[in-house]
Design a protein around this ligand. Structure first.
Ligand code: ADP
Ligand code: MG
Length: 182
């Protein structure tokens, strides 16, 4: 069963599609980079240290664009770029708290990924991971997993699946912030 919410709330252009009420998956359709950033801002505003957000999708799917929004919503003015060559970027907000942005695209193996101390990063701030599938076994089971798909030049689909109660709640906050209550 497909349920569509369209044209409601303050974001009339984003389409929210929930495929199956039994599965904690919410799909968003973005019609441009600004919408993707705005959705990221809403998620970023709700993030806390320890939160793990996985961002899966091909090159150009919109992962880093979404992270730009997350960093803004979380309160950082630091410039966001894909940390493709240095693996981890750290952004700070006004309280000097840290937000970690990993991109494992250049990692040669999961062995290299083991060198990254995910646990200590996670203890200090939220953790955003691009190309998480390359190091999936190192990532905590409880997480929000977002799959980005290129629909056409300006459209991207984001399928968000929560793993664990905390992430069910986070996903619900995001859904409500975007579309209002039930
Ligand atoms: P990734 O990190 O997944 O490789 P980027 O966010 O770096 O992707 O790049 C996405 C590119 O696609 C950017 O040039 C962006 O302007 C463009 N784009 C077009 N439409 C969208 C959209 N709806 N959401 C996100 N990016 C989009
Ligand atoms: Mg990127």
């Amino acid at each position: 069963m497909d349920i569509f919410w369209t044209g409601s709330g303050e974001s009339p252009d984003i389409i929210l599609k929930m495929q199956n009420p039994e599965v904690p998956t919410v799909e968003f359709l973005s019609r441009g980079p600004e919408q993707t950033r705005r959705l990221g801002q809403r998620l970023g505003a709700a993030l806390q240290p320890g939160d793990v957000i996985c961002l899966q999708g091909d090159l150009g799917a919109g992962k880093t664009t979404f992270v730009q929004g997350i960093a803004q919503g979380w309160g950082s003015r630091d410039p966001v770029s894909s940390p493709t060559f240095i693996i981890v970027n750290v952004y700070r907000n006004g309280d000097e708290k840290q937000l970690f942005h990993l991109d494992t695209y250049r990692l040669d193996s999961v062995w290299e990924a083991e060198e990254l101390d995910l646990q200590s990063m996670q203890a200090q701030g939220p953790l955003l991971i691009e190309w998480p599938e390359r190091m999936e076994r190192l990532i905590p089971r409880e997480r929000l997993w977002i799959k980005f798909e290129h629909v056409d030049q300006e459209e991207r689909q984001m399928e968000m699946t929560s793993h664990g109660k905390h992430y069910d709640d986070l996903l619900d906050i995001l859904r409500r912030a975007t579309y209002g209550g039930d």
